[in-house]
Design a protein around this ligand. Structure first.
Ligand SMILES: [Zn+2]
Length: 500
């Protein structure tokens, strides 16, 4: 394998160079059907079962544009503060690749549907960086190749390759930023924060599953360096299909340190695509980067131009949901959170879960406490995303309600949550099956108290003589006797009562 390139210390990179970023994000739309045919648009499935003459590129098959995909593209453009083209076309991007049966990709070239926008991105310290958006255009996804027989799953060393065209023709929106300058040391953070903000925005629009792990949101990160004081951008590399937020950050950082080492030693950066290796957090060279001329773009003759009426555009603009950052501000006010508490919630990816728990009837503080502390710990232990835990906001709200009405202590409530996570059913079923209800029957408690007083006569004497603090020992004994299912406050009251 290729040796790992030399890298420069990150602080030294920043002393000598300014980074310039360009981010291209591909989003698979969640329309029912593909971009230019009626095939189902679903993830997975038996290979080559969601295909037809159009998406297989059979001679004579004619495409037709998916209206819903055009609408989603316009909503994305509007949410990114873009202008929407009054008239635009599709174009053929010509190249050969086995996973693309038509030998061209239907895309948009110099006439994108949306252009000239921006997205304000909040960074970790609460400050904002404005990412200028150059364009958002429509295109179609390719199929998938599976290389069999090699050690790495890559084509090199493979015995043969299999092709699955289920993904061919799935609607894609490609969102391209303008060059991002002035980020300095924060370039990796800006890249990650931008993709995160974009993901939240798209999720709010309900136009895509935005699952980076399944490839419905993919980021290509362009990085170049210019020496301090220079005015011309350096040569860039494009790290392809980075598939997690953390990897976006690490890929940008690695490329900065690698470019700097090459440039400082008098070398030149080759314009090329690169692949990010998760396990080593490094990149390796891909193919030399093509230029637009290589693709011989020309307007697609089989599709009519798209000319959305201004009424349609304004209708879509008026129906956009509240952007995530505005929603955050509203929730912060409703729930009375400090900036720090809000950021903790966002960083824990718990905001929407808490909101859904509050919608299901829980108090904001209770909902927040469950998700940010106990459930976050459980997610970490199980090595799962918080949202993937097998417990719903409604179930959490039910547990919180049982605590609020005195049916459960906090400790018992955690046991109920454990039961739900273990697949034992709804909270009430877990309470029933595990026998977790608080013992609120005073006669049962009194019996346990009398027993504890009899077992510790010296303590009983102290309480009778007015040393109320000594009651703690008896409370402890009663809690033990009831397996933690007594309400400690009520037990204390009864002890004082019994001892006059
Ligand atoms: Zn099809």
């Amino acid at each position: 394998m290729t040796a790992v390139a030399e890298v420069m210390d990150y602080d030294e990179v920043l002393e000598r160079f300014d980074p310039v970023l360009g981010l291209e994000v591909h989003v698979e739309l969640n329309t029912n059907t593909k971009m230019f045919c009626g095939c189902a648009n679903v993830f997975g499935g038996e290979p080559n079962t969601h295909v037809c003459p159009v998406c297989l590129g059979m001679p004579g098959a004619l495409p037709a544009v998916n209206g819903k995909a055009v609408e989603s593209a316009m909503r994305i453009g509007l949410a990114l503060n873009c202008e929407i083209a009054e008239w635009c076309r599709f174009a053929r991007k010509n190249y050969f690749y086995p996973d693309m049966p038509k030998n061209f990709q239907t895309s948009q070239y110099d006439e994108p549907i949306a252009f000239n926008g921006y997205l304000d991105v909040e960074l970790d310290d609460g400050s904002t960086y404005r990412v200028d958006i150059e364009r958002a255009h429509m295109e179609e996804d390719t199929g998938k190749s599976l290389h069999v027989g090699g050690a790495t799953g890559r084509i090199h060393g493979a015995d043969y390759s299999l092709l699955d065209y289920n993904r061919a023709g799935v609607p894609l929106i490609e969102i391209v930023t303008k060059p991002l300058v002035g980020t300095g040391a924060r370039a990796p953070e800006v890249a990650r924060a931008y993709v995160a903000a974009l993901r939240d925005l798209l999720r709010g629009l309900d136009v895509s599953d935005v699952r980076m792990d399944q490839g419905s949101l993919r980021c290509d990160a362009n990085v170049s360096l210019m020496p301090k004081g220079a005015t011309e951008f350096g040569t860039r590399t494009e790290t392809k299909n980075v598939n997690s937020l953390r990897s976006v950050e690490r890929a940008v950082r690695y490329e900065m340190t690698r470019h700097a080492a090459v440039l400082a030693s008098g070398g030149t950066i080759r314009q090329e695509t690169r692949h990010f290796d998760e396990s080593t957090a490094t990149t390796r060279a891909g193919r030399a980067k093509e230029t637009a001329e290589d693709y011989r773009y020309f307007p697609e003759p089989d599709l009519v131009p798209i000319a959305p009426s201004r009424e349609w555009v304004e209708e879509l603009r008026a129906s956009l949901p509240e952007p995530p950052w505005v929603r955050r501000k509203h929730l912060q006010e409703d729930w009375g959170l400090t900036d720090l508490e809000l950021r903790d919630l966002v960083n824990a990816d718990a905001l929407e879960l808490v909101a859904a728990t509050v919608d299901a009837g829980a108090k904001p503080d209770d909902a927040r406490s469950w998700w940010v502390s106990y459930l976050s710990q459980q997610a970490k232990t199980l090595n799962q995303e918080l949202a993937e835990l097998p417990i719903t906001p409604a179930q959490v709200a039910r547990v919180a309600a049982l605590v609020a009405d005195g049916s459960l202590t906090n400790k018992l409530a955690r046991a109920v949550v454990d039961g739900v996570l273990a697949g034992e059913g709804e909270p009430d079923e877990v309470v029933e099956k595990r026998g977790l209800k608080v013992v609120s029957d005073d006669s049962a408690l009194t019996a346990a108290i009398d027993e504890a007083l009899a077992a510790q006569p010296d303590v009983a004497e102290k309480i009778r003589s007015g040393k109320v603090a000594a009651a703690g020992a008896i409370v402890g004994a009663v809690m033990k006797a009831t397996k933690g299912q007594a309400d400690a406050k009520r037990v204390r009251e009864l002890i004082i009562e019994r001892c006059g």
